[in-house]
Ligand binder design. Structure first.
Ligand code: PAF
Length: 282
């Protein structure tokens, strides 16, 4: 496994893979790798001949009061974990390798970031698109893999690929969960022992709502507000919990047969923000 910090080197190495006719699979990450990331790498092997992983904590997707400085950075451990997965190349650029001090351009997102994490994290998805666009231009992957946990991210990047005619196949990989249902996340490391015990409550609420919706409840607002109160009583602070259209990412009041929805929630437990979702096709 080769690890490169510069755009020039990684481009050169990927060029060699491509001239050898290899299909390149790409897993972009911010490091602090857990089983969820490993499942992306495994899936990447199924879709490609050579897997490239990037590790870069992207400053552009953190708000001024968010955890950029304290975000877990575990490069040595990450490289060990990736090595076991038969990855060909790892790209670990420095901040200055990807960003100049001057920025004249930005990507603007219409409506797809009005709700869910877009509403509570202004500028977040613009920052994600900026870095993913750069990484796609550098790595030129045939296929890129992202987790379902960040489903709004997946949908917005997929839209970028479509609208900007990028030649990348997008693959969404299901959420990896701990035994008690908690969606795996690098930020779970922030949870205290007590918070970790409560944390699976979010997934429990989602599965409860899912069951009712699949059972025929087509106006879930009251039930959702009930679940919010229950979560609050357990110590969660609710950011959002709702049904959204998979395509438009707008909240939906009345559900219809044949449509695809995201049942999604974001909550705070102390200083930790947790997100989770379930895809529902009626
Ligand atoms: O999902 C993530 O880890 C990040 O948002 C990504 C896609 C690597 C961009 O920084």
């Amino acid at each position: 496994m080769k690890v490169y910090r510069t755009i020039e080197e990684i481009r050169f190495e990927i060029g060699k893979l491509k001239s050898a006719g290899k299909k390149v699979g790409f897993v972009p990450t911010m490091g602090a790798l857990h089983e969820g990331h490993i499942s992306l790498i495994r899936k990447a092997h199924e879709h490609s001949d050579a897997v490239v992983v990037s590790i870069f904590v992207n400053p552009e997707q953190f708000g001024p009061n968010e955890d950029y400085e304290t975000y877990p950075r575990e490069l040595d451990e990450d490289l060990e974990k990736i090595k076991e997965q038969g990855v060909s190349l790892v790209f670990t650029p420095d901040r200055t390798e990807l960003y100049d001090s001057e920025k004249y351009l930005k990507i603007v997102i219409n409506s797809l970031n009005d709700h869910m994490c877009g509403a509570s994290r202004p500028g977040f998805f613009e920052g994600v698109l900026l870095v993913v666009n750069k990484l796609f231009n550098i790595v030129q992957p045939d296929v890129a893999l992202f987790g379902q946990k960040d489903i709004q991210q997946f949908q917005i990047i997929s839209r970028m690929v479509e609208e900007f005619n990028q030649n990348v196949e997008m693959v969404m990989v299901p959420i990896s969960r701990a035994n008690d249902g908690l969606a795996l996340s690098s930020r779970n490391a922030y949870l205290s022992e007590q918070e970790r015990k409560i944390a699976p409550g979010l997934y429990r609420s989602l599965t409860y709502i899912e069951k009712q919706v699949r059972g025929g409840v087509d106006t879930p607002a009251l039930m959702i507000s009930h679940q919010k109160s229950e979560l609050e009583a357990k110590g969660f602070k609710i950011d959002y919990l709702n049904m959204f259209s998979l395509k438009t990412l707008q909240p939906v009041e009345t559900l219809a047969k044949g449509e695809q929805y995201i049942l999604a929630g974001a909550v705070w437990l102390g200083k930790t923000r947790l997100i989770d979702n379930i895809l529902i096709e009626l």
